[in-house]
Design a protein around this ligand. Structure first.
Ligand SMILES: *Cc1c(COP(=O)(O)O)cnc(C)c1O
Length: 339
């Protein structure tokens, strides 16, 4: 038994999901003629109460298409210093859109409306033009932290008043939704565009959807094509996304409760000095200085348990569809032996 806690992207399609994929009706999506892709885009848009959707190859692609959509070269994007769009997308904001970034230092990745107001550039020929604010919910490097919805509404208000576009990197938005009393359409009301990943906790093998107005998505379709993301019979992949939306949203709560259980185990270990409280399915914890992160990672790997070792003694574990209670017991056994 291999236990892979590196990411919620490691899940493999179940038999039922594969059957849905296998029997998908397909066409050429570059001609907008793939009925299954069209169905996924419509389904996702209506779930969020937004006008239209665009199926993309990855969350990086939905984010990068959105950034290009909302900016002109030379503009500035306001985002958190630990946000995926800045930290994990290969400098794509500069590479694809020619924009600079105004980085904020939010608490577990979450900045406030006051921070945004402060970061907006004054109208002056010396300054870049601020055109976009992007937030992440849940926040990956913030340890799966959930944004306070009232704060998001306030940021939306600041954006509206200052003529800025507002994008949500909602790679794990459903992890936030199942833990709060907010619905997908509550989020749809306050953002110009939303990026949703199907291949994280929802368990699809590939794909993300970008949501927005019909006009935005029309432009986004052109940008996706320029970025090399026009896929042909993509309905086989979209079918997995439809299956995931129909079956795998509510069960995310199980991932969260397993993350809580792992956190309790980790706190009891003498060589773990700090555990960031997991609000959803991502756990970060810090090892004592005398236990190098790479050694820890290797010792777990020797026991068929995979985790990610980051800088400064920090280890990451992420729970998902293919991680069950039996595996928690096994992880606990191995962790206790290491002490
Ligand atoms: C995983 C992730 C993405 C997209 O990643 P891809 O691997 O490109 O699908 C975007 N934003 C966040 C916060 C993520 O965790």
């Amino acid at each position: 038994m291999t236990i892979d806690l590196r990411s919620d992207t490691v899940t493999k399609p179940t038999k039922k999901m594969l059957e849905a994929m296998f029997s998908a009706e397909v066409g050429d999506d570059v001609f907008s003629e793939d009925p299954t892709v069209n169905k996924l885009e419509e389904k996702c848009a209506s779930l969020f109460g937004m006008e239209a959707g665009l199926f993309c190859s990855s969350g990086t692609q939905t984010n990068q298409v959105a950034i290009k959509l909302h900016t002109q070269p030379g503009d500035e994007v306001i985002c958190d210093a630990n946000s995926h769009i800045y930290y994990y997308e290969g400098g794509g904001i500069a590479f694809n859109s020619g924009c600079s970034t105004k980085l904020l230092n939010g608490e577990r990745g979450k900045f406030s409306s006051a921070d945004v107001l402060n970061a907006i550039r004054a109208e002056n020929i010396h300054f870049p033009h601020t055109s976009l604010v992007s937030v992440e919910n849940t926040h990956n490097r913030g340890g799966g932290s959930i944004y306070d919805f009232n704060e998001l509404e306030k940021i939306a208000e600041v954006c509206r008043k200052n003529n800025l576009s507002f994008h949500l990197d909602g790679a794990r938005i459903f992890n936030a939704i199942v833990e709060t009393n907010k619905t997908a359409s509550d989020f749809g009301k306050i953002f110009d565009t939303i990026s949703v990943c199907l291949s994280k906790g929802l368990g699809a093998p590939v794909g993300s959807v970008l949501l927005g107005t019909r006009e935005h998505i029309y432009k986004a379709r052109r940008i996706r094509k320029v970025f090399g993301g026009g896929m042909r019979q993509a309905g086989y992949l979209a079918a997995a996304g439809i299956y995931a939306l129909d079956n795998n949203i509510l069960r995310l709560k199980e991932d969260h409760s397993r993350a809580q259980k792992l956190a309790v185990i980790l706190k009891s270990l003498p060589y773990v000095i700090e555990v960031m409280h997991p609000e959803t399915n991502i756990i970060y914890f810090r090892l004592a200085d005398n236990f190098p992160g790479n050694d820890f990672q290797q010792k777990l790997a020797d026991n068929n348990i995979r985790v990610i070792s980051l800088d400064n003694q920090v280890i990451r574990m992420v729970t998902h569809l293919d991680f069950n209670d039996e595996m928690i017991t096994r992880v606990e056994e191995v962790l206790k032996k290491l002490s």
